[in-house]
Design a protein around this ligand. Structure first.
Ligand SMILES: Cc1ncc(COP(=O)(O)O)c(C=O)c1O
Length: 375
């Protein structure tokens, strides 16, 4: 069976974790955390980054930094992982779900515009599959109205919009290093602070509401409770594991792109019976996080996934749109979100991981064509 995912391992993870065992800092914000921070700040020019224990935690930090009041509204795509919405709900905000675009699952300014009220404080965008939303349009619209933009860049490592790295465009950004991501440390994430206003508070929230990071830098001679916070920083073991992967980032990205391009070169232009391929806008790069297709219906997708499984390939669907969820459907205002429903019912992700050989990718693409030919 070809699995859907195999988390990447560079082989140096254990060596670096062993170094942590022999060091005096295991808890967090030690040498490996600093190496990871410097990597992102130097490579992508991010103003400030803070490793977190998950992408969910990074989003929760974003929501805390937005300083929401009861009744404040946050616009969130419905076709996303629960964490994008929960982060803001936990802060007492009202989540207003937006539909995805018709070209890909990202939200568009056209979907956002009619949802804005005088209570809208934040727009959360998700760059689905690492493909950028149209950030210039969204940022200009938000800035004119004093609305904050949080980029859920969980899928978006090493991806960009008009040459600018994703996660570094909104006021705040959140990455995930969950085992399903291009670069992983089991569970992990990262907050990106792009707006100066949030720099100090971000570090305090990260360190359980204390100014401990300033104390370690020798800026104060004791540290104490300054604000709300939680234990968002990961241990040095996670950072060491992550560092082993960051060192190999170019190789990982090159291999993933080769797999993505193998699928695409065989499938694009050759699907005849209803399945369609994603549209990559000109302003976006491709970080090869996900290769997906859209089936014409739920029934078609069920049969397609079964066919792939019978032929030794595990492919899978993705999100259940949040406005339809058991938890939220009674709170949703009842608006139809047809594009989200379509992605929920029709999207299929093909296997995509470092160890997948190009021959395997080619044989999977041939199976897709064979199913398409029969249907
Ligand atoms: C769009 C999106 N946001 C946030 C998350 C949460 O990230 P994590 O699993 O690292 O908490 C995910 C998880 O995969 C995701 O797909």
């Amino acid at each position: 069976m070809i699995p859907f995912n195999k988390p990447y391992c560079s082989g140096r993870e254990l060596k670096y974790m062993e170094q942590v065992c022999h060091s005096t800092t295991m808890s967090g914000n030690g040498d490996f955390t600093k190496k990871c921070h410097a990597f992102f700040e130097e490579k992508y020019g991010f103003k400030k980054v803070l490793l977190c224990t998950s992408g969910t935690d990074a989003l929760e930090m974003c929501a805390m930094l937005c300083d929401l009041k009861p009744g404040d509204e946050v616009i969130v795509p419905s076709y996303t992982f629960v964490s994008t919405a929960i982060a803001f709900l936990r802060e007492g905000a009202k989540v207003v779900f937006a539909d995805s675009g018709s070209q890909n699952p990202n939200i568009t300014l056209d979907a956002i515009r009619p949802l804005v009220t005088e209570r809208t404080r934040v727009i959360a965008v998700v760059h689905y599959a690492g493909v950028a939303c149209d950030m210039d349009a969204i940022m200009q619209f938000a800035d004119e109205r004093g609305i904050l933009v949080v980029e859920d860049a969980a899928h978006s490592i090493d991806a960009s919009y008009k040459g600018r790295p994703l996660g570094g465009i909104g006021h705040l950004g959140a990455f995930s290093f969950h085992e399903t991501k291009n670069i992983n440390c089991g569970e992990g994430g990262m907050l990106v602070v792009n707006d100066e206003r949030f720099l100090r508070r971000a570090e305090i929230i990260w360190e359980k509401g204390t100014n401990r990071a300033e104390f370690y830098r020798g800026m104060v001679n004791k540290y104490g409770w300054c604000d709300m916070g939680s234990s968002f920083l990961p241990s040095e073991f996670n950072a060491a594991y992550l560092w082993a992967q960051l060192e190999q980032m170019e190789d990982i990205q090159e291999k993933r792109l080769a797999i993505w391009n193998t699928y695409d070169s065989i499938l694009r232009g050759n699907l005849k019976n209803g399945m369609v391929l994603p549209v990559l806008p000109d302003f976006a790069t491709n970080n090869a996080h996900i290769y997906y297709l859209l089936c014409p219906s739920l029934e078609y997708r069920t049969a397609f996934l079964k066919y792939l499984k019978e032929n030794g390939v595990v492919a899978t669907f993705h999100y259940l749109a949040l406005h339809n969820s058991v938890y939220y459907r009674d709170r949703h205002d009842g608006r139809a979100l047809p594009n989200c429903d379509r992605y929920e019912n029709c999207l299929v992700r093909l296997p995509l991981y470092y160890e997948l050989s190009l021959e395997e990718a080619e044989s999977i693409a041939r199976l897709v064509l064979a199913f398409d030919g029969q249907s």
